[in-house]
Design a protein around this ligand. Structure first.
Ligand SMILES: [Zn+2]
Length: 331
């Protein structure tokens, strides 16, 4: 199990607040339970999730500005690295994010589909983690890309994230390659429903259950006993009674081919590709870089750390997305 982020004191000595997201209950160092911290520490709670990076190089900022100025129809592809500054941990090898994981490994699509007990365990954890996960907000990088769209600079935005932060920032020319945790899909009839609605159904079916949860890590990991899992009631599709699944691509599943074709067409229409916050380890995103290369589009990559495509990029920037993108003038 990942324990990236148990709470700790804010590094600012004047700030006594714990580095936690809202609404969580956790055990303090003295073994006491601290209920319902209502607000996040304002001093760098994101530091928990953002990898260290060198100070911003003004020359690199100019180079990215030139890259954007020369482009009329830029296609931007984002990954987990754009959301770390919103407090969502980056699990780069796990393309569907926090809620796709069991204790030992990411959930496999085939396991979820074949096994009711596996779905029950998944949904019990997901139910507990949802209030925190759904409360994350866009950061300056998401807002900057929304501005690029409004000003006609952005041809299309493709994200590998399932956190809905681009949608929350108002982006519309957007493809969520791996789906979105904020939607639920019926495996039998395909009915799509909002995840928030399902939370209400969970609560109605399990009125006393949540009181027995033992603890919750800030990264959404949940500690549940077998007994708790087995007593958790999972609702079925309202329309047909079929099993429900988050509308995201789990490991072992593939992205809808129509969606892939759609993005390939957008890449071919673009005149530049900017990758933001992705190491491009997952093929479903990497293939669009290959298409851009084949079309001889200029490629820029903004990511802390090396990526699979550094050798294809004319510009590589090792910087925080939320620090750099707002500095770029999209005119
Ligand atoms: Zn159904």
């Amino acid at each position: 199990m990942h324990h990236l982020a148990w709470p700790s004191r804010c590094p600012k000595s004047s700030c006594g607040r714990m580095r936690m997201s809202r609404g969580l209950t956790f055990r303090s160092g003295k073994g006491h339970w601290i209920p319902n911290l209502s607000r996040q520490c304002s001093h760098g709670s994101v530091e928990l999730f953002v990898p260290p990076s060198p100070p911003l190089d003004p020359e690199k900022v100019k180079e990215l500005q030139r890259f954007i100025t020369l482009s009329k129809r830029v296609l931007v592809m984002t990954g987990a690295g754009i959301s770390t500054e919103s407090g969502i941990p980056d699990y780069r090898s796990e393309k569907v994010g926090l809620y796709a994981r069991t204790d030992r490994r990411p959930i496999q699509h085939s396991d979820f589909v074949r096994s009711a007990p596996i779905r029950q365990r998944y949904w019990a954890r997901n139910f507990v983690g949802w209030p925190q996960f759904s409360s994350h907000q866009p950061n300056p990088a998401h807002w900057a890309l929304n501005k690029w769209e409004k000003l006609g600079k952005l041809h299309w935005l493709v994200t590998q994230n399932v956190d809905a932060l681009h949608t929350k920032a108002g982006s519309q020319r957007l493809t969520e390659l791996h789906g979105c945790m904020h939607r639920v899909l019926c495996l039998d009839c395909g009915e799509q429903t909002p995840r928030g609605l399902l939370q209400e159904r969970f609560k109605a079916l399990n009125p006393h259950w949540s009181a027995e949860v033992h603890g919750l890590a800030p990264d959404g990991d949940v500690f549940l006993s077998e007994e708790q899992v087995q007593s958790f009631q999972v609702p079925a599709c309202i329309r047909c009674g079929g099993p429900l699944k988050p509308d995201v691509v789990f490991f072992g599943d593939t992205v809808n081919p129509d969606k892939v074709d759609f993005v390939h067409r957008r890449v071919k229409e673009a005149d530049a590709l900017l990758v933001v916050g992705s190491s491009l380890q997952v093929y479903s995103g990497y293939r669009f870089v290959l298409t851009a290369r084949d079309k001889k589009l200029p490629i820029a990559i903004l990511n802390i750390g090396p990526t699979r495509s550094d050798d294809l990029a004319c510009l590589k920037l090792n910087a925080r997305c939320g620090q750099l993108l707002p500095l770029i003038d999209p005119h």
